[in-house]
Design a protein around this ligand. Structure first.
Ligand code: XMP
Length: 507
């Protein structure tokens, strides 16, 4: 297994960012709850303690004893992590007279210290704290200061132990990457050799060991995560992996066939199940968005379970769960892992063991792994698409005719984005069929037809999003094409709402 850095999570919003930055240094890392340090793991080369919403003197504050860690590994405490180490050793941490958020400038720096090598006074650092260390224990030596924070960074003499009050993981800390590289590579000795290729190599070997000759079933959605998981597992166990791709009739135009063809070209043992009739029946007359989601979720589980039971001796259920799916729910007080929202409920129902080979990867790393596995760009750069598909983009009840109209309009928009080279610049795009009819005129005839909304957003994680500022002439062409070519639509609008307060999907 690769060398790894352990990030102990004390609940800060930026813990995930620390993980990303370490991975950007081609070093494998894992984020674990503050009280779940993997003491027996021989691959650990260093430990980072994250920030926290608490103060060290809060009764509820999360705390872990650092002395045993320091005895074994280099340790870097960030913000709360730094305060906690100082506090445990007898230092004083107090509420700062003014809470400090935002940029600060390092006014003095001891660049002879290994953590700060190559870092000069004048660098910007990002502060976000209400507390400050007002007196340091014996042996703790200040190695950087700002005007307001005398102890911006410290090193404990004779130990491989450092603390920084600022957040090197935040983009605005100009010396952040340098500092983390100093710690991870210089101090912990990471070789920086963790890459998509090395991940594939070690994961395939591990999957072979873990799965042996067992049979595995996996639900494909057409999305990036499940597709990459499938290709990775099939590398390890070949046709002992059976993939099931369910068509609920609410996919994009021709998507079922195209994606199925892609999967087969990739050598996957895949079973395509057209269950659209079943889903349309179950959705008939339903208008409430949450009921639509529930019906589709349950329908998916029923079809998948039925098909999987036709296979013999299946022992494992594989899922394309990725790290951010789990981090949100890997609460630091426990370790409950939510099931993947597309197939929620399946593991319990099927009584199978779970195999999640992407569970440590961020989205861009999943794409890099897909790329290194030789998967085509149009599969790995695919926009996210909701599990319930077009059902949540048809406002009101769902009929096959409405699905047809939406598929046609959506196809024109998405193809247009690809042709203009805009597809990869937006996070996600689609068309919404509105439950609104309006008057129009075509030729000499008055029409009374549906309106659609185009939706395209930019985002990095779907948590927040802005509407994409697509060129007017492009929008004009898409609007024209849709109205001319899609029977049933006579009006096109563009959604210019950001998230929050709107959401990406309309339902
Ligand atoms: P919202 O609409 O909440 O969407 O801004 C955020 C992201 O999640 C996707 N989404 C879903 N994905 N099942 C899914 O698998 C769902 O029920 C679902 N609802 C929203 C949405 O497309 C966007 O990428």
């Amino acid at each position: 297994m690769p060398q790894k850095i352990i990030i102990l999570d004390f609940g800060s919003q930026t813990t995930q960012l620390i993980g990303r930055r370490v991975r950007e240094l081609n070093t494998y890392c894992e984020i674990v709850p503050y009280n779940k340090f993997p003491a027996d793991d021989p691959d650990v080369i260093g430990v980072i303690l994250s920030g926290s919403p608490f103060s060290v003197y809060d009764a509820k504050a999360f705390s872990t004893e650092v002395a045993p860690l320091v005895a074994k590994y280099p340790v870097l405490g960030i913000c709360y992590g730094a305060q906690m180490m100082a506090y445990q050793a007898g230092g004083t941490v107090e509420s700062a007279p003014s809470r400090e958020y935002g940029r600060a400038i390092l006014t003095s720096v001891d660049s002879s210290d290994a953590l700060l090598a190559g870092i000069e006074p004048g660098e910007t650092v990002w502060m976000s704290h209400g507390d400050t260390i007002t007196s340091l224990p014996e042996g703790f030596r200040i190695i950087a200061s700002t005007d307001d924070v005398p102890c911006a960074a410290y090193h404990v003499d004779g130990h491989r132990q450092w603390g920084v009050q600022f957040h090197p993981e935040v983009f605005h800390s100009t010396c952040g990457t340098r500092l983390l590289a100093n710690f991870v590579m210089g101090i912990c000795g990471s070789l920086g050799d963790w890459s998509a290729e090395s991940y594939i190599e070690s994961t395939v070997a591990e999957l072979r060991r873990e799965l042996g000759d067992d049979k595995v079933v996996l639900g494909l959605s057409g999305g990036v995560d499940s597709s990459v998981a499938a290709v990775l597992i099939s590398r390890a166990i070949g046709d002992n992996l059976t993939c099931i791709f369910v068509d609920h009739g609410l996919l994009r135009k021709d998507e079922f066939k195209q994606v199925l063809d892609d999967y087969r070209c990739l050598g996957l043992n895949v079973l395509g199940v057209d269950a659209s009739e079943e889903f349309f029946m179950a959705l008939k007359g339903v208008t409430d968005p949450e009921r639509k989601r529930k019906i589709i979720g349950k329908g998916f589980i029923d079809v998948f379970d039925r098909e999987a039971h036709k296979l013999r001796d299946v022992k494992w259920l594989a899922q394309g769960t990725i790290y951010p799916d789990r981090i949100e729910s890997l609460s630091i007080t426990g370790t409950t892992i939510k099931s993947h929202h597309n197939v929620g409920g399946l593991p319990e129902k099927m009584n199978l063991r779970l195999c999640e080979p992407l569970k440590w990867l961020f989205k861009d790393e999943v794409r890099a792994v897909g790329h290194a596995l030789g998967m085509p760009d149009h599969l790995i750069k695919r926009h996210p698409f909701p599990g319930p598909g077009l059902a949540v983009r048809i406002l009101g009840d769902i009929t096959p005719e409405k699905v047809r109209i939406l598929q046609e309009a959506d196809d024109i928009f998405i193809r247009g984005l690809r042709e203009r080279g805009l597809y990869d610049q937006v996070w996600q795009a689609g068309v919404i069929l509105l439950p609104v009819q309006s008057v129009g005129v075509m030729g000499d005839e008055r029409t009374y037809e549906s309106a659609v909304a185009l939706r395209a957003v930019t985002s990095t994680d779907a948590m927040t999003a802005d509407w994409a500022h697509l060129p007017y002439d492009f929008l004009a062409k898409v609007s024209n094409d849709i109205i001319n070519k899609v029977r049933g639509v006579n009006r096109v609008t563009y959604d210019i709402s950001s998230k929050p307060p709107a959401t990406i999907e309309w339902e």
